[in-house]
Design a protein around this ligand. Structure first.
Ligand code: ADP
Length: 266
């Protein structure tokens, strides 16, 4: 038996084989003991490889001998595995991991390069949502965001070029939250949540597009738990990536890339 673990800032992702099929499990990172206990009970005597920012903490708590792997290597190798198993092109692409924060890689065959990262990611989505609406449950936030509209919060290019033809598509965002500078005005929770997801989505897309141009590719693969059940983020990112002339893939099970990479290293 082999088990791969990605202990991240928000979630612990676990990948393992069952009847030659990949299976997954996740726990909140605030509950490391529950995750270590689950592994100890489910996989006695298994070979384990751990990656992610909380890998060392996880290993110390688990008290079972285990391997450790560098996070970016695990993520890139796991993402390539998922792409191949879903019959998607996997030779040369930008890999954008929207986790608690966002990191951007260039992957080419068996080589990978960390292009950079930004602090805008799933943690930003959670933090700004909490400040603006008081909500802190991920499922509730993304579910309410579906009913929201960004019209009253975000300033579009067409809002600035009122009545005239703008030099760039009018539908582009000119300023995220650009209409929100009115003390005393209230916006609905759903509109605020849609706009929070909008600014996160457009920011991670923009850095991905620039990285793609820099490395001469047009394929961008998006992974990370921020996309889980999050239609608004998926649509923002895929729509904006296409508009900017690149080809997006929001990888199914992509949030488990790190755990899969760790599993495959054993
Ligand atoms: P990390 O490896 O940094 O933990 P993930 O790829 O797991 O990152 O993504 C974490 C983000 O995913 C959170 O910031 C949040 O936006 C989103 N998310 C998805 N599911 C959940 C959940 N059940 N609880 C909290 N956040 C979640």
């Amino acid at each position: 038996k082999t088990v791969g673990v990605d202990a991240g800032g928000t979630l612990i992702k676990i990948a393992f084989w069952e009847n030659e099929e990949l299976k997954f499990q996740k726990f909140p990172s605030t509950d490391l003991p529950a995750a270590t206990e689950w592994i100890r009970r489910q996989f006695p005597g298994a070979e384990i490889c751990v990656t992610g920012g909380k890998a060392s903490l996880f290993q110390a708590l688990m008290q079972i001998d285990s391997e450790q792997m560098i996070e970016f290597e695990a993520t890139c190798s796991g993402a390539q595995y998922l792409l191949r198993s879903q019959s998607l092109p996997a030779d040369s692409f930008i890999l954008t991991n929207v986790g608690t924060g966002t990191s951007v890689h260039y992957v080419e065959n068996n080589r990978h390069l960390r292009v950079g990262g930004i602090g805008v990611g799933g943690g930003t989505l959670m933090g700004l949502s909490c400040i603006m609406t008081g909500m802190s449950d991920y499922k509730e936030i993304i579910s309410l965001s579906r009913q929201g509209s960004r019209k009253a919060v975000d300033l579009k290019v067409s809002d600035i070029y009122e009545g005239t033809t703008p030099p760039i598509p009018g539908d582009l965002t000119a300023s995220n939250f650009g209409k929100a500078n009115h003390p005393g005005q209230k916006w609905s929770d759903q509109d605020l949540l849609a706009s929070v997801i909008g600014v996160v989505g457009e920011t991670v897309t923009t850095v991905s597009i620039l990285a793609a141009a820099q490395h001469g590719t047009s394929a961008i693969v998006y992974i990370g738990s921020s996309f889980v059940d999050n239609d608004v983020l998926r649509e923002t990112v895929t729509g904006y990536t296409i508009l900017r002339g690149a080809v997006p893939t929001v990888l199914t099970n992509g949030e488990y890339s790190g755990a899969i990479g760790a599993l495959l290293s054993l």
